[in-house]
Design a protein around this ligand. Structure first.
Ligand SMILES: C[S@@+](CC[C@H](N)C(=O)[O-])C[C@H]1O[C@@H](n2cnc3c(N)ncnc32)[C@H](O)[C@@H]1O
Length: 369
C-alpha cells in the first residue's frame, strides 16, 4: 500500500472527553503518592536539577527507572529533560516545607474529601446534613481517628455512608490556609481598606488572612474569632512579630450574644457552610458589630446567575452538598442577603484564575436609618 493510501487511524472523537475521566484520576493518584514519597521536597532540597538516579538514591529507592517514570508523569509540576527540576509553580506550592505549600490541601483532598463523595447518592436522595459539618469542625469522632466509624449506620454516621480519615485540627487549619495563599494578596488590594483601624476575621482559623491584612495596612489591628479548639492551635502557631496587632478570641458565632466590634469584618468561607436560618443568626450579629461606615468582606465563589458555572464554583457547591447543609450562591443572592440586613453598596470583585473564592464587599451605612 502506498504511503498516501494509509488511512489515518483515529479513535472515536466522542471518547476524547470521556477517556481522561479514567486517566486523570490515575494521574492525581500519582501526584499524591509522589507528594507522600517526598519527591517534590527531595528535588527542592537538592537545590538543582537532579538525575533520576540521585533522586532515587536520596529517597532510598533502587527503582530508578520507576522514580523517573513518576517524575515524568508529573510533567507540568516537574520539568523533565534527562534531569528533573521543579517548575516555578511546584517550587512555590508543592514543597511541603514552604509557607506557601498547598500540600496539606492536596493530601486532604485525597485522604478526606474524596471518600466523602461516597455519600453523594444518599445526599441526592435524602438531602444534605448540617450535623455532619458540625461533627467535622468540632472534632466529634467516635474513635478519634475516623470521621465516622464505618458503614455500621451508627453514631456520627447515621446514614452509614462514609468511611474517611478526618484531618487533624492542625491539618484542617493548614488545608484552609493553603487555599488562601494564592488569593490573599489580591484580597487585600480588592478595596482601599486604609481608613479602617479594626478588623475581625470571623471563623478566621489560623489567622492567615488577618496576618496578610496587617502586613499591608499598618494602622490595622485584628481579632481572629473562632471556636476554642482552632484558637488554641492558632495561638500556638502565632508568629511573635504579629502579637501586638493580632489577637485571638475564642467564641461561637451562634451561641455568643455579641461579636467583637470592628470597622471591617471578614467572613471567608463561612456563609457557604450554613443554611439560610443559620446565616440569619450570623448576619444579624455581624451587622450589629460593624461600626457605621464599616465594611463586610465575604470570600465566597459566586455561581453564575443561571447556576451552570463557573466550573470551580459548581465543584465547590457539590462539595458543600456532601459535607454540610450549605451551598454556593450567585452574586445577586449574596447582594439580596446582605441588603436584607442593612448593608449597602454591595459589589462583587471576581477573582480571576483558578481558585475557590471571589470578593464580595458591602458597607454599613454611616447612619443606620
Ligand atoms: C471553612 S473554615 C474557614 C476558615 C477560614 N475563614 C478560611 O477561609 O480559611 C470555617 C471556620 O469557621 C469556624 N467555625 C465554625 N463554626 C463556628 C462557630 N460556631 N463559631 C466560630 N467559628 C466557627 C471553624 O472552626 C473554621 O475555622
Amino acid at each position: 500500500m502506498a504511503a498516501d493510501d494509509v488511512p489515518v487511524l483515529r479513535s472515536d472523537p466522542l471518547a476524547d472527553d470521556i477517556f481522561p475521566l479514567a486517566t486523570e484520576g490515575r494521574k492525581l493518584q500519582i501526584v499524591y503518592q509522589c507528594l507522600k514519597l517526598g519527591i517534590f521536597d527531595e528535588i527542592e532540597s537538592l537545590g538543582k536539577s537532579e538525575t533520576a538516579e540521585n533522586i532515587a538514591s536520596n529517597l532510598g529507592s533502587t527503582s530508578t527507572s520507576k522514580i523517573a517514570e513518576c517524575a515524568t508523569l508529573n510533567n507540568g509540576y516537574i520539568i523533565e529533560c534527562g534531569v528533573y527540576c521543579l517548575t516555578e509553580s511546584s517550587k512555590k506550592y508543592m514543597v511541603s516545607t514552604k509557607p506557601t505549600s498547598m500540600v496539606p490541601r492536596l493530601t486532604a483532598e485525597f485522604e478526606f474529601m474524596f471518600p466523602l463523595f461516597n455519600s453523594l447518592p444518599s445526599v441526592l436522595k435524602r438531602g444534605s446534613d448540617g450535623e455532619r459539618y458540625q461533627q467535622f469542625i468540632e472534632n466529634e469522632t467516635e474513635d478519634g481517628e475516623s470521621f465516622t466509624s464505618g458503614t455500621s449506620g451508627a453514631g456520627n454516621n447515621p446514614r452509614g455512608d462514609i468511611t474517611t480519615r478526618k484531618p487533624s485540627p492542625a491539618d484542617f487549619l493548614a488545608m484552609m490556609n493553603a487555599k488562601l495563599v494564592p488569593i490573599a494578596p489580591a484580597v487585600t488590594q480588592s478595596y482601599d481598606f486604609s481608613g479602617y483601624r479594626t478588623l475581625v476575621d470571623l471563623g478566621g482559623g489560623s489567622g492567615y488572612m488577618a496576618y496578610e491584612f496587617i502586613k499591608v495596612y499598618e494602622k490595622l489591628k485584628a481579632i481572629v474569632f473562632d471556636l476554642p479548639d482552632s484558637i488554641e492551635l492558632a495561638v500556638q502557631q502565632q508568629p511573635q512579630n504579629t502579637k501586638s496587632r493580632v489577637e485571638f478570641m475564642s467564641g461561637d458565632f451562634f451561641q455568643d450574644e455579641k461579636l467583637p466590634v470592628c470597622d471591617l469584618m471578614i467572613l471567608s468561607h463561612i456563609l457557604h457552610n450554613w443554611c439560610d436560618d443559620k446565616i440569619d443568626i450570623i448576619l444579624k450579629k455581624v451587622f450589629a458589630s460593624i461600626n457605621p461606615g464599616g465594611c463586610i468582606l465575604l470570600l465566597e465563589k459566586c455561581l453564575n446567575e443561571d447556576k451552570t458555572g463557573p466550573y470551580d464554583a459548581i465543584l465547590l457547591d457539590t462539595m458543600m452538598m456532601v459535607i454540610c447543609e450549605g451551598r454556593e450562591r450567585t452574586f445577586l443572592e449574596y447582594q439580596m442577603l446582605l441588603q436584607q440586613y442593612g448593608f449597602t453598596n454591595v459589589i462583587w470583585r471576581e477573582m480571576h484564575g483558578r481558585n475557590c473564592q471571589d470578593v464580595i464587599l458591602a458597607l454599613k451605612p454611616e447612619e443606620n436609618i
